[in-house]
Write a protein that binds this ligand. Structure first.
Ligand code: KG4
Ligand code: ZN
Length: 335
């Protein structure tokens, strides 16, 4: 019998509702981005984000059901991001999902947002199965995760300071680019020379799979400040390209070393930064050289979306991990 899972995502500045069949077939994935709302502030304003989630979530559910060609009663499982994320934003989705599950008398499943990002790969590649090693690089997280099973994870490395996406956003801001920083920095980098500047890399040791991106960010800041002080032009394209090369190389190097050291033959990427074309292209080459199979989701499943949440909720449901009405929002919960 088919199982239809509704996914609800509201952890940051995207509201999304999706319907997914048997965990992997996306029937609808409606995303309402708040980029325009937050653009004038140069970043996400949490209070505004949660209010905006409230305004649109009901309409998104209607749209998701309509596009999937089903009615509310057809839903078998209600999955929702319970954390990590912004507390006010998370609470909107969690409260909405609880109401929905209670009214329909259907099981409620609280999903970890990072596990959701990883699951994007299972949607994209229907035959992909764990175990695999996944790099989750988003605005809030940079993790190397051993995916032992659909719901069983082992964190092999993580950032000790800024997340990769956070570093992209901060460097974009230093270069005067508008929010959202990551995609805009990638566009600027396309016209630059990636070898123009050598920024410091965080390689404490080969066996260390943790990241640190605050050093490269500060190096860019110091460079831009000193150029401005000397009233010299700031070559934004070259700086963006050199910064992007630095981050991409560190992410890839650590992922591949970890795959070899921990005996994984499949590597995947997930999270907003994984939509970066330089990262995808270079990792494809490096994974091939190392004899590893490489998987990546379509850009729409890299950034925040509810289909990935429904996918993970489905597998949690199959394993009997059902939440009850005490489910809360957990802003700092780990994987
Ligand atoms: O996964 P996501 O949508 O939200 C979080 O869970 O954080 O990731 C958003 C992050 C932001 O920091 C954004 O700048 C970054 O992903 N990002 C990118 C690109 N697209 C999004 N970073 C680099 N290159 C991109 N193309
Ligand atoms: Zn995310």
């Amino acid at each position: 019998m088919d199982i239809l899972t509704i996914g609800i995502e509201s952890s940051c500045d995207e509201t999304s509702v999706a319907v997914v069949k048997n965990g992997r077939e996306v029937l609808s994935n409606i995303i309402s981005s708040q980029v325009e709302v937050h653009k004038i502030y140069g970043g996400v304003v949490p209070e505004i984000a949660s209010r905006r989630h409230i305004e649109v979530i009901d309409y998104l559910l209607d749209e998701a059901l309509e596009e999937a060609g089903i009615s509310l009663e057809d839903i078998d499982v209600v999955g929702v991001t319970a954390g990590p994320g912004l507390i006010g934003s998370l609470l909107v989705g969690v409260s909405y999902a609880k109401g929905l599950a209670f009214a329909l008398g259907k099981p409620l499943v609280g999903v970890n947002h990072i596990a959701g990002h990883i699951s994007a790969n299972f949607i994209e590649h229907r035959d992909l199965e764990p175990p695999l090693l996944c790099l989750v690089a988003s605005g809030g997280h940079s993790h190397i995760v051993g995916v032992r099973d659909y719901t069983e994870f082992e964190i092999i490395g993580k950032t000790t300071d800024d997340a990769a996406g956070e570093a992209f956003d901060k460097v974009a801001r230093i270069l005067g680019l508008p929010y959202p920083g990551g995609p805009n920095l990638e566009k600027l980098a396309a016209g630059g020379d990636p070898c123009a500047y050598e920024f410091p890399k965080s390689y404490p040791s080969r066996r260390d799979y943790n990241f640190s991106f605050s050093g490269v960010k500060t190096a860019v800041l110091n460079l831009v400040n000193s150029l401005k002080m000397r009233q010299e032009p700031v070559p934004g394209e070259d700086i963006a390209a050199s910064f992007q090369k630095n981050v991409v190389e560190v992410l890839i190097d650590k992922l591949i070393n970890a795959a070899i050291d921990f005996n994984y033959d499949k590597v995947a990427i997930a999270g907003g930064v994984s939509s970066n074309k330089a990262l995808r292209q270079k990792l494809k080459e490096e994974a091939e050289k190392a004899g590893l199979k490489f998987y990546y989701p379509a850009p729409v499943y890299c950034t925040d979306n509810a289909a990935m949440i429904a996918c993970n909720a489905y597998y949690e449901y199959l394993r009997g991990n059902i939440s009850d009405m005490t489910l809360n929002a957990y802003p700092h919960i780990g994987l």
